[in-house]
Each structure stands twice: as structure tokens, then as C-alpha cells.
Design a protein around this ligand. Sequence first.
Ligand code: PEP
Ligand code: MG
Length: 591
Amino acid sequence: MSIQVFGMPVSRGVAIGRAVLVASSRVDVAHYFVPADQAPHESARLDAARVAVTHEIESLKRELPADAPHELAALLDVHLMLLHDDHLVVAAKSWIMDRHYNAEWALSAQLEVLARQFDDMEDAYLRERKADVEQVVERLLREMTASAGSATERAARAHPARDFAGEDPLVLVASDLSPADMMQFKRSVFTGFVTDVGGRTSHTAIVARSLDIPAVVGAREASRLVRQDDWVVIDGDAGVVVVNPSPIVLEEYRFRQRQSELERARLNRLRHTPAITLDGQSVELLANIELPGDGAGALEAGAVGVGLFRSEFLFMNRNGDLPGEEEQFEAYRDAVLALQGLPVTIRTVDVGADKPLDRMSAQELRHEHGLNPALGLRAIRWSLAEPGMFRQQLRAILRASAYGKVRILIPMVAHLGEIRQIFDALARARQGLDEAGKAYSQVEVGAMIEIPAAAVIIDRFLEHFDFVSIGTNDLIQYTLAIDRADEAVAHLYDPWHPSVLQLLNHTIAAANRVGRSVCVCGEMAGDPTFTELLLGMGLRCFSMHPGRISAVKQRVLRADTRALAEHLPGVLAATDPEQAMARAVAARQAR
Ligand code: PEP
Ligand code: MG
């Protein structure tokens, strides 16, 4: 039966593929393909793990003290029975044979199937046996990881999807994924993804957008309704997920998919056209990146620099082991070299809120911190609370400046007192490098304007910083008091709210007045719906995911900033978001 699930569109286009259900707790399991001739070897790994775990459980049983509760031995017997049940290991092997999944992935895919069956059971006792299956799978996974060799060896065995031309494409369906989880999928096989939770500008959605594949978040029931291996259509434009579509619906989506690929190819032709408006205003279109390896893609997309390197992604998925100065230096230097002389704006680490350092789902995060983490120790607040870590990062960024044009960007500054501490830390970092004889160049220092307090007193901030970059994702979150990761209030998250527009205009105008560079690096910059509005406000620098550059450039090329500026007062005077949007649309059409 075909069903539809509705959520929020976060990344455009249409993806059609077979569902891979991934539980958030199992995201760290390796997901890769194995060529057909290696499938027997992969199956043998499962068998070997089963033998090893059987021995482990049997020896546990033998070593049970005489006075151990009887239930314990009974539980181990249940685990032994499950290990040898065809529904687990034998069924997992069919994922290896039919879908070319690696053994760990096959096992977790089969666990998802079984977990559903247990969830649907009427009998409470039987339903609870799901936990036993999970424990057995956990033991098998642990055994396979222990005997899988080094990460490099594993990577050498991995094959991306395209090596299997003719195979069905895959889409990822999960209840909840943290940004750190999403990073695991950055260079993966999935052609689209859906999550039950999350807001449009949650960091999970942002990473998904950077993958440039169709995505829908906040689809509430999706991971419950979709079953492993179902055919799924993800409509990233409308925020709709169609499960097991009928042939007619499928054909329609295939048509739309082809159309959007053609549109993408057409826009791509603009990538090396300079972004100059009809009235001759030159506009800088920069890239937002998460890892140094994204630099090449940014250049290819026609970015004239990096406006936001979210350095915190270097700090994630490391089990608390933070990258040291040397490791960071190499990462920043690689990004700088990849940009071939174009500027790279490195933002100091911005963890906290919906970006925990380690894998933690949004739900776990909320549970873990009863207080609202978005208002807590995040971004520069965390850096200033960890002076050793902050110094290492500043030294690493400064050293990278010896290889090209580097700018430092500080997230979430709100207090003038923080500015003094930031510049003190920078002075100490420079002094340390001087004493160690390490090279560095001049770097500009900028502030992110993403807390209303900073936007309101922007004039005072501009006295201290060389440039500012407006983080609209957080600016909207904090202005409207809407947690950007919370799908329950996502309908109230509105960039068109007149208070947001006024803060934006106020900040851009103030920076332009004193001749300081001002950029927008939040998601509004990459959404063509806002291009004319921001141009009308006087913005000449936009930083966005590389995949969005051509679409925004198309708007820039057709814009007349003088005409747009004339309509701006009307938009700013709007009393509600709907009126503001209607007036902005009228202004755009009045060309
Ligand atoms: C923003 O807040 O708009 C921004 C660019 O930073 P981040 O999304 O990483 O919080
Ligand atoms: Mg931010």
C-alpha cells in the first residue's frame, strides 16, 4: 500500500530509492558496499562472529557462580538460541548477497526488520524480547569491529554506490540524526534522506543540505511507517515522502527528477560568470564548508572564497578526544591551499545546542540537558571557558594564514567584555607563535551577528571587528524564541518576521555606513527567495552551501539594486510576515 508522510523540505530535488532504516544508536556502524565476488567473504565474517560470540556466551555460562540467579543462565540460553535462529544471521546474509551491504550494515538492517516485528507483537512478554535481539546484535557487531582490522583496511574494502551501476539507489530513513551522525554519511551512498525530527535550519538539516541531496526532516512518523527496503520517493521541494508509490506516481516523480537535473545542469553553466547586478554592483558569493575536503567543491561551484568554515565538525565523533594544534593546523592549511589564494573564513569552534561534540540525538540532548542548551555554554562562550583549547585553535588558524588569505570569525558574540577576552587571547596566541618562531600573516577578525543583543548595538561591535557576518539561523532562533531544531515550533520560525527583517537591515546598514564588510552566512543567504530583499538592504556578500551558488547568482544577475532599495521601506514597514513577503515579492516583480 502506498502512503504519504509530510515533513519539512530542507534540500531540493527528488530522490527515489530503497529505504535503509538506520537507528540513531547504530549510525556508527560502517555502511559500505562489497563487490559480488567478496560477498562470500563478508558472509564468512558473520559466521566467524557468530562462532566467536557463541564461545563467549558459553564460557560466560560455564563461569556463572553456583549461586547466580537462575534467570541469568536462562537469559544466556535465549541469546544462544537467537544467535542460531535463521531470522538473524541467515537473514542478514541475504542483505549481503542481494544488496551488497557489508556484514555490519546487513546485520543492523536485519535488526531493524526484527525490531519492527517485535514492536507489532500483542504479547508484552514477547515484545520485550526485542531487547535480547538487540543485545545479541550488539555482541556480534562488537566482535566484527574488533576483528575488522584498521580503519584504513576497512576503507580499502569499501565501495561507493556508483561502483554498482544498475543497483537500486538507496535513501536513508532515521528517527533522529545528530549533525555528527550526518557527517558519517557525508561521502556515503545515499541519494536522499528523511528524519522524523528536526527543523529546517537545524544543523542536521544544514549538513544534509551540504550533501546536496533531497531531504525532508520533521516527518514525524516516517521511520515507523517506512520498512526496510521499501521503495521511497523523497520530494525535497514539497517536503513529502511517498512510500511504495504506485507506478503512475513513480513515473511522475521520475519525470520531475529528470527536470530538476536539467535545471541544475542549466544553472551550473553560470558557475564561472561573475556575479554582477544589472546596475553594475559586484556581489561576492562565498561558500559554507564543514571540512577541508569541501574546499575543492566550493571552487568548482564558482565560490570566490569561503565565507564560513564550520570548524566544529573537526571536533566531532572523536569520543572526547579533541584535535590538537597540529591536526587543526593541517586541516586549516589544506582548506586554504584548496582555495588557491581566495579568502577562507574560519569560524572558531561552535559546539553546543544541537551540535554536541559526540553522537547524541536531539532527543537525548534535550533529555541530557534539562535546561535549554541553545541558551547555554555554546560557541564563543565555550571557547572562553576552555582557554587552552581556544589558544590551540587560534594558533592553528594563525599558522594556516602563512599559506593564503585567512579570516577568523567568532560565533555568538553578545557582550563587549567577550570582545576584550577574544583579542587578549589572540594577542597571546600571536606572541606564542613569535616566541616559537612560527610563521603567520595578517588576519582579519570578524564577529558573527546572530544574537539580537549584538545586532541592536552593532555600531559598538563594528568599532572592534574588521568585518561581520550575520548568522540568520541563530538570529531568527533568538529573536523569535524558537528552538531551530524543534519541529514542534518549526511553523513559527519565520525569516519574514518584521523584527528579523529590521535587525538584518539595521546590521547591514550600520556596517555599510562605516565601510566594514558585511556578509550573511545563515541559510537565508542560499535561499533565492531572499536574494533581492537582501540586495535591496545593501548586502553585497552572501555565503552559502556551494550547491546553492548558481541559483542565487541567477537572481543577482537579474537584479537592479537601486529599484530594490526603493521598495525596501515598504517591506520593512510590514506589520506581519505575510505582508512583508507579499511586498518583497511585488518589489521583485516590479522590475
Ligand atoms: C547561523 O546561525 O546562521 C550560522 C551560520 O551558524 P550556524 O548555523 O552554524 O549556527
Ligand atoms: Mg549560528
